[in-house]
Design a protein around this ligand. Structure first.
Ligand code: XIL
Length: 336
């Protein structure tokens, strides 16, 4: 039967997944590598391009783990996304950055550090990475305002820092798709987060910041939200595309934490959640790439991040831990 990337390609969309550098979710796991080769035409490194991974110190870069992933993508003829050149959750930036001494001219020093980081990464993967999450999660979900970090404080403003990252990426990687990536989810209750993202996107357009697409992470939470919220979500996406942004689904999976534990019914609800979401999202011709955040339950970050209260295995990926496709796989195949 046709693979997900074959089915997606028929609609002009690429399908792919995150892949890890180590462990079962890594390209080093032959069974997973086979699955990725069969289903995917684009990859992204789950952690290996984050500052935490590639910036052991203010002056050093360590590209070893990411290079291995880039080599795997090259050998298997898969496209490659970059994730991420800047993240505004201090937790996912290196420790040293929080305590870094930016010296007597902090704004200049912070700008130099940011620009140098973007230039170095872009130059190294020139021609290999077709799309970058330049900035990840800079809008605070609680109130929709921009987050502050050591780097943005030194710079003087988060907007200035974020704009610099995009401008530098455009110069250093011309022709590459530049993405602002965030998780304003398929779930009610975070209207301020969505409004904050719209304000940020509006600001980019007003200031001429080169941003091509909104990355919608799509860590969905089952069950399917009610019809009123689904309309609200659609209005949000409508506003995004009206500002002339393309769309990328960057990190799809489904959190089943709140569902009754019974597996057949859980799998059904996860599938229904994905079905409703993709029916909406595939209406947008601006959507070009769909990436899952891992393909196999056993290796999903969901096992560790806010696990189920009853400790049952999370079942939010397309394949179960025995590499069998689940109803959510069929739902996505059908949606394509
Ligand atoms: C997650 C990884 O999957 C985990 O392995 C890591 O411990 C933390 O980060 N949004 C993002 C991704 O943009 O980078 C996150 O990835 C998941 C949420």
């Amino acid at each position: 039967s046709p693979s997900l990337s074959d089915l997606a390609a028929a609609k002009g969309i690429r399908f792919g997944s995150a892949v890890a550098g180590q462990g079962g979710g890594s390209w080093r796991n032959p069974a997973l590598a086979d699955l990725l080769k069969r289903e995917c035409s684009i990859l992204v490194a789950e952690n290996e391009m984050k500052w935490q991974a590639i910036r052991p110190s203010p002056t050093a870069f360590d590209f070893a783990a990411f290079d291995d992933i880039a080599r795997f993508a090259g050998q298997t003829k898969m496209a490659l996304r970059g994730h991420t050149l800047l993240w505004h959750r201090s937790k996912w930036m290196p420790r040293w950055l929080e305590k870094h001494d930016f010296g007597p001219q902090p704004a200049t020093a912070a700008a130099r550090l940011m620009a140098n980081h973007v230039e170095t990464v872009c130059a190294r993967y020139n021609g290999k990475i077709t799309s970058f999450d330049v900035v990840n999660e800079t809008v605070l979900p609680e109130d929709g305002i921009l987050a502050q970090t050591a780097l943005s404080k030194a710079m003087g403003s988060t907007e200035a820092l974020v704009d610099l990252a995009f401008h530098t990426a455009r110069m250093a990687a011309p022709g590459v798709e530049l993405v602002y990536n965030d998780y304003m989810s398929w779930e009610p209750g975070n209207a301020l987060h969505r409004m904050g993202v719209l304000r940020l996107l509006e600001g980019f357009r007003k200031r001429g910041t080169p941003v091509d697409a909104l990355g919608i992470q799509s860590h969905l939470i089952a069950p399917v939200p009610d019809a009123a919220y689904q309309r609200e979500w659609r209005r949000f996406v409508d506003e995004v595309v009206a500002m002339d942004y393309r769309l990328v689904i960057t990190e799809f999976d489904v959190r089943d934490r709140d569902l009754p534990v019974d597996i057949p019914s859980r799998d059904r609800t996860v599938a229904d959640t994905a079905k409703a979401y993709f029916e909406t999202m595939l209406d947008y011709p601006q959507l070009r790439d769909v990436l899952a955040w891992g393909m196999v339950d056993a290796y999903s970050w969901l096992q560790g991040y806010e696990p189920r209260a009853d400790k049952a295995e999370a079942r939010g990926c397309l394949y179960d831990s025995h590499f069998r496709p689940k109803p959510v796989y069929a739902a996505l195949a059908q949606a394509f």
